[in-house]
Write a protein that binds this ligand. Structure first.
Ligand code: 5AD
Length: 343
């Protein structure tokens, strides 16, 4: 019985590989989500944390096969925000109630470490009660240290898959899982609150790959864990690959909540893109963070990781009132709070 298996996971924050695979694929999810929500409420009550996402650049030196902003995509109009532009987004975000800003971008070599530091420092100086999260890819430990010293609090870097041969099928040969993992260890050692995660249903992914992802996360003990469905982008080699399963994503969110009760788990934009009420359903499966878009309106469509990215309605930071109502309607409360991890 799947309920017995879920009880094992609930009681031990862990389960065997084969039990995890059964839960990943279970279709009677009511019991699973009830347990995940129970655990989530013990740690976070009815709070939903919000993060303002500022997409600072869609230039990228990498060529990840799944990603729409890969450098080989020559059809995409490229943009990067200026420091002033980024500060204007933060200013607007602060006014709207955001107390965490996530600066995300492709690996754009135009921004030197000094540029990144001066942006981080400016935000932290203007809004000392806010956290700054960076999500700008693989850098040297020395660079990460500079960002930390400039005031950056958190760093998001998904490992994407913890299986080296799967990693090689999703990335060009210039990239490696070892480098990705090393970056994550470096970030931890430097004292960042670290976020990692993976796509669900990426091409060639197997259920045992997902278990390997969960095992790697157990090793890493990240503060934040982001997952979402793989979604094809028309100008990538994976354009004809099927999307990841929405239900599988929800099951994995619930599993993550039970394995990592303290974690900050976003209900991601990809989840909201694949299903009309994906955002709410993610929260009802155990997620406790949402990251509305604070980027300037005209660049939102250009930060095109996958097709049909949701960027209007409650995805948009300026529509925070809609988001608040949505969360209220399912029994949760959006809070204006820096929203640190409950570790
Ligand atoms: N589908 C879903 N997620 C994607 N990402 C990149 N491309 C895609 C895609 N086609 C995710 C990656 C990356 C994060 C910023 O977005 O996991 O780490």
């Amino acid at each position: 019985m799947i309920t017995k298996t879920i009880d094992i996971l609930y009681n031990n924050n862990d389960a065997s590989d084969s039990d995890l695979i059964s839960i990943i694929n279970c279709s009677d999810t009511e019991y699973l989500f009830t347990k995940a929500v129970k655990r989530r409420k013990e740690y976070y009550g009815d709070k939903v944390f919000i993060r303002g996402l500022i997409e600072i650049s869609n230039y990228c030196k990498n060529d990840c096969l799944y990603c729409g902003i890969r450098r080989s995509n020559i059809t995409l109009d490229r943009y990067r925000l200026t420091k002033e532009g980024i500060l204007a987004c933060a200013n607007e975000g602060y006014r709207l109630g955001f107390r965490t800003f996530v600066l995300q971008g492709g690996e754009d070599m135009y921004f030197s470490d000094d540029d990144v530091c001066s942006i981080v420092y400016a935000i932290k100086t203007a809004y000392p009660d806010c956290a700054v999260t960076l999500s700008i890819g693989e850098k040297t430990k020395a660079s990460y240290k500079k960002y930390k010293d400039a005031g950056a609090d958190r760093y998001l870097l998904r490992h994407e898959t913890a299986n080296a041969s799967h990693y090689a099928k999703l990335h060009p040969s210039s990239m490696s899982l070892d480098t990705r993992k090393q970056c994550l260890w470096d970030l931890k050692e430097l004292g960042f609150q670290v976020g990692s995660g993976f796509m669900v249903g990426s091409p060639y992914q197997t259920d045992s790959n997902i278990v390997e992802d969960l095992r790697f996360l157990q090793e890493l003990c990240p503060d934040m864990i982001g997952i979402g469905p793989f979604l094809p982008h028309k100008d990538t080699p994976f354009k004809n690959e099927p999307s990841g399963s929405f239900l599988k994503c929800l099951n994995i969110i619930a599993i993550l909540r039970l394995m990592f009760p303290y974690a900050l788990i976003p209900s991601t934009t990809a989840l909201a893109t694949i299903s009309p009420h994906g955002r709410e359903q993610g929260v009802m499966a155990g997620a406790n963070v949402v990251m509305p878009n604070l980027s300037p309106q005209d660049v939102r469509k250009l930060y095109s990781l996958y097709n049909n990215k949701a960027f209007s309605g409650s995805e948009a930071a300026e529509a925070i009132e809609i988001l608040k109502k949505q969360m209220q309607s399912i029994g949760y409360r959006v809070v204006t709070d820096v929203g640190h991890v409950a570790k």
